[in-house]
Design a protein. Structure first.
Lengths: 118, 243
């Protein structure tokens, strides 16, 4: 079986304008199962119509969210995720996170690919 | 992972980090799920001499990594315990698996979400003469009582993979189930032994990989036999959930 290029993460960003840095935590809770995040944190919605806090953060189309299969409505093959049930991941290409004001520190919780298969 | 000072991955590259494929190393589901190992990484940004956008700062230093607070602990003992082994079959593949330490068990109240099925149970006394470890998948089973077992699915080459629950029946509504069982298949030894005790047939739902992080489920079964080497026998019990 092929290893899949998957990156799952919950992100916390130390963002900011020089005068006032603020920590923005993206836990992706509330985003849809297998949804494109898109403007979920940008005053809009993900591809399934869910909206989160407007942090002015926009995701590229490859950035997806998924809910743990252990949680209602989820199908994610994930465990021990840093936030309750939802993570971001991507399957192809790269997942861009755009934050126009810029940030000075970024930290992410990440698990990476390789799946043993039957 | 790359950090740029422009939108859509443009401008100056501020930081770059190659991430290892940790996948399911040293961890197990909660109760299910294979992508279970999380590590925090971060970067401290320094002033950029030539930022592509005003007001931003950039770095040219490596990101740092630190263990995730939720990373599971390493398993201290990875050798066969002397008191008890298990012989299990997973779709026709027999494997010896060790009796797991009591501390490795974590009960969970979410077994029903893992698709647990508990319709079949068979208890027999019999003798076995095989001790074969296949390189492929294995199921580690721990019999919590004559009626309850917890199974952990992994591969020889992988330190951890999937976890399942096998509960034949339980005198209480909430039955003992496990998660976070340690990776012990790698330490199994091929050989021939003769032991006997009981045979348990457990039917449950296998959790198998789908595409990417999607999880799909399909019916499966495990046939597990306990083989005590010495005097220790499991105490019948059925712990309440404490998650």
């Amino acid at each position: 079986m092929k290893p899949l290029n998957i990156c799952l993460l919950t992100a916390s960003l130390l963002c900011g304008a020089p005068a006032s840095a603020a920590v923005i935590v993206l836990d992706f809770e509330g985003a849809g199962n297998s949804a494109q995040l898109l403007n979920f944190y940008n005053g809009g919605t993900d591809s399934q119509g869910n909206s989160g806090t407007n942090h002015g953060i926009q995701f590229g189309s490859n950035a997806l969210s998924i809910i743990d299969a252990d949680a209602p409505g989820g199908t994610g093959n994930i465990a021990n995720e840093p936030s309750p049930s939802t993570v971001m991941f991507f399957l192809t290409g790269s997942a861009n996170l755009n934050y126009a004001p810029g940030f000075d520190t970024a930290s992410h919780f990440i698990t990476a690919p390789r799946q043993p298969r039957r | 992972m790359n950090v740029y000072d422009g939108l859509n991955a443009t401008g100056n590259l501020l930081a770059s980090l190659n991430l290892s494929a940790q996948y399911a190393n040293n961890c197990a589901g909660d109760p299910s799920g294979s992508f279970c190992n999380w590590t925090a990484v971060g970067a401290t940004l320094a002033e950029s001499p030539n930022p592509s956008t005003s007001g931003e700062r950039s770095i040219r230093q490596p990101m740092t990594t630190s263990p995730s607070a939720r990373r599971l602990p390493e398993v201290a003992a990875k050798r066969f315990p002397s008191q008890l082994l298990w012989l299990c079959w997973d779709w026709g593949w027999p494997v010896w698996v060790p009796w797991l330490s009591q501390n490795s068990l974590i009960t969970s109240s979410h077994h029903e979400k893992a698709g647990t099925l508990v319709p079949a149970f068979l208890s027999l006394n019999f003798a076995l003469t095989a001790n074969i470890l296949k390189d492929r998948h294995a199921i580690i089973c721990r019999m919590l009582s004559p009626l309850i077992s917890a199974c952990y699915h992994t591969t020889k080459g992988s330190s951890a993979a999937l976890s399942y629950f096998c509960a034949a029946s339980c005198p209480q509504q909430l039955c003992c189930l496990h998660r976070n069982l340690p990776p012990l298949v790698n330490d199994a030894v091929v050989g021939i032994h003769i032991h006997q005790l009981w045979l348990e047939f457990l039917q449950f739902q296998l959790v198998v990989h789908g595409i990417g992080a999607m999880m799909t489920r399909s019916p499966g079964f495990a046939l597990c036999a306990a083989a005590p080497f010495t005097e220790i026998m499991p105490e019948p019990r059925c712990a309440l959930m404490d998650k």
